[in-house]
Design a protein. Structure first.
Length: 338
């Protein structure tokens, strides 16, 4: 309680605080150092009080009046401890809002700097409150890894802490569990599977910073929005024909389809099987086209967004040399291409 009383501040009328202190010095006939020593206040603080740079404490006022046998002035008022913080906080908030448009500073900048600290220092800190990142198996370049890369390029997404692949929970459910087994085989991590309530979708998720780093730095996959970053098949895959086939398999199994193109000409119905790959990335479409063309599969560009195989013998050849890991594609191929 005594500490709270000491923190109370005294407000004089303008010029009154300086006048009071000078009057007390003259009455006591002592120096400012001697007055400070007598009441337990540094002489610099007394000087600030005299210049009215800050308000004097109630405890200081009482000690001075007791020392000089004077009454406490009547024309004063008191302010509670830390009275200035509300005003300072309000002014600070207004200044921040004026500069950044929000209270709390530039949140995007703060987030960026936090991630820079995390990847450089924070994740390695051994302070007991930040757990080290969980390990993964680091695989060598292989056909399985190339197929995984194609899957992520197709239906995957990478954030700062997660790798997520989204498939149809009805038509691609079997394929989703193939993806789960592939991830476990490659990285010795057991992914989580989540079913969405708002759509026919399921997410295969791995929350490992180490996997994110491996995908980004070793495999060449992008963190964040894929399309804004001009995604393409990584160079390590393009250097190996076997890796190219595996990556195409992953891409078509996720972002591709097999469908029947139907026509009615002069009353006669025609039905043709098509293998179609669709992507909003021009670079990725071109790479898929080039690889399929190199394999003599006669691809065609349709509507500036799709790469298609349209000839019956080329579709059969596609499944012979590239194949599919998606049971849905296998059923549609076996059911319609003789």
């Amino acid at each position: 309680m005594a500490d709270r009383v000491y923190q109370k501040r005294v407000v004089f009328f303008k010029g009154g605080q300086a006048k009071f202190l000078v009057g007390q010095i003259n009455k006591l006939n002592i120096t400012w150092h001697e007055l400070g020593d007598s009441i337990g206040v540094h002489h610099r603080t007394l000087n600030d009080w005299k210049r009215e740079k800050c308000l004097m404490s109630l405890e200081g006022l009482r000690k001075i009046c007791k020392l000089s046998s004077s009454k406490i002035p009547e024309n004063i008022r008191l302010k509670d401890p830390f009275w200035y913080t509300h005003k300072g906080a309000r002014l600070g908030a207004l200044a921040t809002f004026k500069k950044y448009g929000r209270v709390g500073g530039n949140q995007e900048y703060q987030k960026k700097k936090w991630y820079e600290w995390w990847y450089k220092e924070g994740q390695y800190a051994k302070n007991g409150c930040i757990k080290p990142p969980l390990p993964i198996r680091i695989p060598h370049f292989s056909k399985d890894l190339a197929e995984f890369t194609g899957i992520v390029l197709g239906d995957g997404g990478i954030s700062r802490s997660q790798v997520k692949i989204t498939t149809n929970s009805r038509d691609d459910k079997q394929y989703a569990f193939f993806i789960k087994r592939l991830i476990k085989k490659l990285f010795a991590v057991n992914p989580s599977v989540y079913y969405r309530n708002d759509s026919l979708a399921m997410d295969i998720v791995v929350s490992r910073v180490k996997l994110v780093e491996f995908c980004n730095k070793k495999l060449g996959l992008k963190i964040g929005n894929k399309l804004r970053q001009n995604i393409d098949i990584p160079s390590w895959i393009r250097k190996n024909p076997g890796f190219e086939k595996a990556c195409i398999r992953g891409l078509v199994d996720t972002d591709g389809c097999i469908f029947d193109e139907r026509h009615n000409i002069k009353g006669k119905k025609y039905c043709y099987k098509r293998v179609n790959f669709k992507s909003a990335s021009p670079e990725l479409r071109k790479s898929v086209f080039d690889i399929l063309n190199k394999l003599d599969l006669s691809p065609r560009i349709r509507n500036d967004e799709c790469v298609q195989l349209e000839k019956k013998e080329k579709i059969r050849k596609y499944f012979e040399i590239i194949g599919t890991s998606n049971p849905k594609h296998a059923r549609r191929f076996q059911g319609g291409v003789g």
